[in-house]
Design a protein around this ligand. Structure first.
Ligand SMILES: NC(=O)c1ccc[n+]([C@@H]2O[C@H](COP(=O)([O-])OP(=O)(O)OC[C@H]3O[C@@H](n4cnc5c(N)ncnc54)[C@H](O)[C@@H]3O)[C@@H](O)[C@H]2O)c1
Length: 289
């Protein structure tokens, strides 16, 4: 029997590499679409600029035309991954057009499932010029999204685009609002800087290991009936060595609406929905890395 096939975008990037590895290890045929070649060859890469619908359509057609049932889904991670790396309009155009084109081509080719990388930056706190406190804690998916930067805005737009394609075609699109993504080499500098609790305030000390992101992506591709849905994705613990209540008392004293007890080093980004809908659990804890 042939292997199920998954298309990953942004597989040449930091998180994407671990997603490629995970799907290969779980016996998928994996194809990476990225504008640049990967450092390490894990699977086949088709160099594709996702802002060009012709290129996206053509690349996906190589794997889906006439054999559509073979594409189990697309895991779309290609993006400019933060605000103010490039001019605002470049980030907005790249991220929103890439996502639109992936969904448009998937819809036209009958591909039924897409996972899309959204971000905790869509809540707006991360890149706000004036820091503001969350409306309540922990932050779940109902929290207002208030970005002022074009990166966070692009992620909000992408989530709305996903809903439109679900309405048009019934396509399943899972948008993960990811906490700060870490991987094996990125833990040491954070742990060496634990005393600087200011450093990770803007991401509310959230994190998620790229290997746990990958497992959530696979679960989302393997699950049916999710519709268009957003899910926070973060480790259950924070990336600070301080108790969460102490951090909240120091940095977020105005937040009076605390919805679950802030025990120990609990994360301020709730992944309860991903756990409930996908049966996902995180494995990679910062203190064990
Ligand atoms: N890194 C984080 O902490 C973090 C947090 C939340 C969400 N995210 C999201 O996760 C995803 C991956 O982030 P990352 O940190 O691995 O980023 P990265 O920059 O390491 O990887 C992104 C990849 O996308 C590719 N890409 C960008 N624009 C493209 C285009 N137009 N066509 C084809 N390829 C294109 C790049 O070449 C790169 O290989 C992004 O969508 C990002 O917004 C990242």
């Amino acid at each position: 029997m042939s292997k199920p096939r998954v298309i990953v975008t942004g597989g040449s990037g930091r998180a994407g590499k671990w997603i490629l590895k995970h799907f290969v290890e779980h016996n998928y045929e994996v194809i990476n679409l990225d504008v640049k070649a990967p450092d390490e060859k894990i699977c086949r890469t088709i160099i594709t600029d996702l802002t060009d619908l012709g290129q996206v359509h053509n690349a996906l057609s190589m794997f889906s035309t006439g054999n559509r049932q073979e594409v189990a889904g697309i895991v779309h991670f290609a993006a400019i991954p933060e605000a103010y790396m490039v001019p605002n309009e470049v980030c907005f155009r790249n991220n929103t057009m890439s996502t639109y084109n992936i969904l448009e081509a998937a819809a036209n080719l009958g591909i039924k499932k897409v996972v899309s990388a959204s971000s905790e930056s869509s809540y707006g706190i991360c890149f706000a010029s004036e820091f503001f406190e969350p409306a309540y804690l922990p932050i779940d998916e109902n929290h207002p999204q208030l970005p002022e930067d074009s990166y966070g805005l692009s992620k909000v737009v992408n989530e709305v685009t996903a809903e439109a394609f679900h309405r048009r075609t019934g396509m399943q699109v899972v948008s993960f609002r990811l906490g700060n993504i870490l991987w094996p080499e990125s833990y040491a500098p954070i742990k060496a800087n634990f005393d600087d609790t200011d450093a990770r305030l803007r991401i509310l000390w959230s994190y998620i290991d790229a290997r746990d992101v990958a497992s959530a992506c696979r679960l989302a591709i393997e699950k049916d009936g999710l519709g268009a849905v957003v899910m926070n994705l973060a480790a259950d613990d924070s990336s600070s060595n301080r108790p969460t209540q102490e951090l909240v008392d120091k940095y977020l004293p105005g937040v009076k609406d605390i919805r679950t007890p802030l025990d120990g080093r609990i994360s301020l980004l709730s992944s309860a929905r991903a756990k409930e809908l996908l049966g996902w659990e995180y494995q990679y804890k910062i203190m064990e890395q």
